[in-house]
Design a protein around this ligand. Structure first.
Ligand code: IPE
Ligand code: IPE
Ligand code: MG
Ligand code: MG
Length: 316
């Protein structure tokens, strides 16, 4: 077992030890944090710290828990915003425990994250995570502004939404690893840049899978974004190149959960928008790899590279 594997075991226990909230809100939070998730953002934080020469150690646990908690809060609140029924193959927290409980659970995770950030990395760690958290809210707010009116944003707006709601926390996670290691500004920006580009590619891949995947492999419904009137990159890129009749068909089904044209609309986006969105994700991943070139060679740098490879191959 490597030092990082050992630290990850202690990390799971540490996460559990921070969850002390009463009632349904507490149950919502415990189930979300304890039972799963890929732990991608904390992995990025551990690897970034290692890439800066910090051996895996307990003083990283508070920061890693903070990013996982901010992520958890965003999921609890996002599922309320999206009216989502399934997450990780089970009922969403607001369905299982109630909307009020899910909202409060998210608030608990956010406020707990604040003290963990201060404890684990001081004011510069709080500042980095705060930049991400405010971008996450801005991303969700801009997305809601369009979806609540059943409107499709421009390509630039849809990219901004993905960057703000998702890439921001990946950026901060990588940056926090550098902050914990007191890395120089060049290394810190290379890692933050890596996190941002990787995170954006991660969201594009999630959006592609929403159209291409199956409910079984995703642990959530298919075409949900489109059904709920949430425009993502595959849709926007599809609309750019389609003939008028196909555009009309897609727009007739967009945001209308029971529309009979839904399967045909999804088929068109799958054929046209998804390959273009995949190409955009691959280009971002190439640029993310370029950021790694600024770091010294290390096993951690190879593991960051491995994250890129696994995202290229992600199927669920
Ligand atoms: C889901 O993130 C939300 C998005 C940014 C698309 P993850 O896929 O990292 O969530 P879990 O924690 O692994 O379930
Ligand atoms: C992901 O939102 C970003 C946040 C949770 C802030 P999505 O709505 O795109 O993600 P999923 O598909 O529900 O995981
Ligand atoms: Mg969602
Ligand atoms: Mg959402």
């Amino acid at each position: 077992m490597t030092n990082l594997d050992l630290l990850k075991k202690r990390y799971e226990a540490y996460l559990k030890s921070r969850l002390n909230l009463d009632g349904g809100a507490g149950q919502a939070v415990s189930r979300l944090i304890i039972n799963g998730g890929k732990r991608l953002r904390s992995r990025l934080l551990f690897l970034s710290a290692q890439a800066c020469g910090t051996a895996p150690k307990d003083s990283l646990l508070a920061l890693a828990a903070a990013v996982e908690f901010i992520h958890g809060a965003s999921l609890l609140h996002d599922d309320v915003l999206d009216g989502a029924k399934l997450r990780r193959g089970a009922d969403t927290a607001h369905k299982a425990f109630g909307t009020r409980e899910a909202i409060l659970g998210g608030d608990f995770l956010l406020t707990e994250a604040l003290s963990l950030l201060l404890k684990g990395g001081g004011p510069s760690a709080v500042a980095s995570a705060a930049r991400a958290a405010v971008r996450m809210v801005r991303g969700e707010a801009l997305e809601l502004d369009y979806s609540s009116r059943n409107l499709v944003p421009s390509k630039a707006a849809v990219i901004k939404i993905a960057g703000d709601k998702t890439a921001s926390l990946f950026c901060a996670s990588a940056e926090l690893g550098a902050i914990a290691s007191k890395a120089g500004s060049r290394t810190r920006s290379a890692l933050a840049g890596f996190g941002e580009l990787f995170g954006l590619a991660f969201q594009y891949t999630d959006d592609i899978l929403d159209i291409e995947g199956s409910e079984k492999s995703l642990g959530k419904g298919v075409g949900l974004d489109f059904r709920e009137g949430i425009a993502t990159l595959p849709l926007v890129l599809a609309l750019e190149g389609l003939k008028a009749s196909e555009k009309t068909l897609i727009m007739a089904a967009f945001g209308k959960p029971d529309c009979a044209k839904f399967p045909e609309a999804i088929r068109i986006i799958r054929r046209t928008g998804c390959p273009l969105a995949r190409r955009a994700a691959l280009l971002l991943l190439q640029r993310a790899e370029d950021c790694l070139a600024a770091l010294d060679k290390s096993a951690a740098r190879d593991n960051l590279q491995a994250l890129v490879i696994s995202l290229r191959n992600r199927k669920n």
